[in-house]
Each structure stands twice: as structure tokens, then as C-alpha cells.
Design a protein around this ligand. Sequence first.
Ligand code: AR6
Length: 205
Amino acid sequence: TRVSGTSNGGGGGGGGDDYRQLVQFALSASSALKIQKGDITEWSVDGASDAIVNAANERMLGGGGVDGAIHRAAGPELRAACHDVPEVRPGVRCPTGEARITPAFRLPVSHVIHTVGPIYDVDRHPEDSLRSAYRSCLTLAKENNIMYIAFPAISCGVYGYPYAEAATVAISTVKEFAEDFKEVHLVLFLDELYNIWLEKARELL
Ligand code: AR6
């Protein structure tokens, strides 16, 4: 159910929502899924318990893509906080499909939830792993009383997950948590990805 084309939730730096092309779908009577273009490091909801998700790797000490952008914007304190996350085995702080939470430091949100999606061509069950990554983030967010959460397209960059298949996993998993959040945002950096995910949402919601 498409509810409307605009909203005042999320985003940073003021201005209207038009440039983000924000489209809103109802998940339940009191919650919405919002799809928009943009840079997730600028996303926040004023005065609310909010978090962004980082598409990290198992070491959890930064990297390229959205991970690099988040670490640059959060400042060196984020790397230190990640370093403090205990290793579950040598070099692994967050196994694929799991999630860990840290403060967000210089970012405008209160927390960063770090997750690790599958490397599409290497993982033997990429769909299960991707679903598990989304579920782990949403579960951890819920445990921390986060009401507003924004995801990037986990695994859709260097990890090579096909865009449409990833959208199906993301949207269907978010739907399972419809009652638990006020707003779930999908913040998509690339036009092509945004167009495909929006089409998928119209199909599934
Ligand atoms: N805001 C929102 N989305 C972004 C941003 C941004 N600022 N920057 C990039 N994206 P990727 P992965 C999009 O490669 O595939 C890292 O090195 C990007 O266009 O960041 O899960 C980690 O350390 C793409 O659509 O993550 C890991 O080693 C999406 O974010 C590895 O990459 C995800 O692309 C994880 O690979």
C-alpha cells in the first residue's frame, strides 16, 4: 500500500524530501517502510531513538563502500569501539549473518548496527545469510529500543548480491518486524538500485 510520496521522517541537512525521492509504504497501522535515495551517513530522525546499519565485514574494523563512509563520518572513536567488540575467533568480531551494536559518535544517530552480509559468489546459502543479517539487525535494534532504523543495500556492492533478489529478502524480512518499529528506511545510494528496490516494494507491499 503506497501511502504517500513525502514524509518528514529521516534525512539530514534540512531541505525537502523531493531530492531523496522518498516513497512510503504502510507496514502496519502504526509503522512504515520508507525507500529513498541518499547517503546513509546523513540520515537521522530528530529526537528519536534511531540507528543506521553498516554493511561491514567480519573483522569490523572498517573498509570501503558504505562501511568506509560510516567510519569517516563517525570519526576514529567508531573504530576504537569496534575494536573493543570481542573476537569470536581470530579476526572475526561479527560472523556473516550476525550483528553488533556500537554508539554512533559523530554521526547524527544514536547507534550504528554493524552487520555482515554474504559474499554472493562464495556463500553457499547467500539468501539465508542475507535474511539472517537483516533479522539480526532488527532483533538487536528492538532489544535496544530503537524505533527508527535505516539500512543500506547490504551485500549489493563489492559483495555482489543481485539487486532484485536482495530487495526481495530485505523487504520480506522487514515485513516480519512490522509491529516493532515506527519507521524502517532503506537508503539507497545508486539510482539503478533505488529503482529496482522501489519496484520490488510496490510488488510486495
Ligand atoms: N550511503 C548509503 N549506501 C551507500 C553509501 C552511503 N554513503 N556508500 C555506498 N553505499 P558495499 P557490501 C551503497 O560495497 O556489498 C566494505 O569494504 C553501495 O552503493 O558498501 O555489503 C566492507 O568493509 C551499495 O549499494 O557493501 C566489506 O568488506 C551498498 O551500499 C564489504 O565492503 C553496499 O555496498 C561489504 O560489501
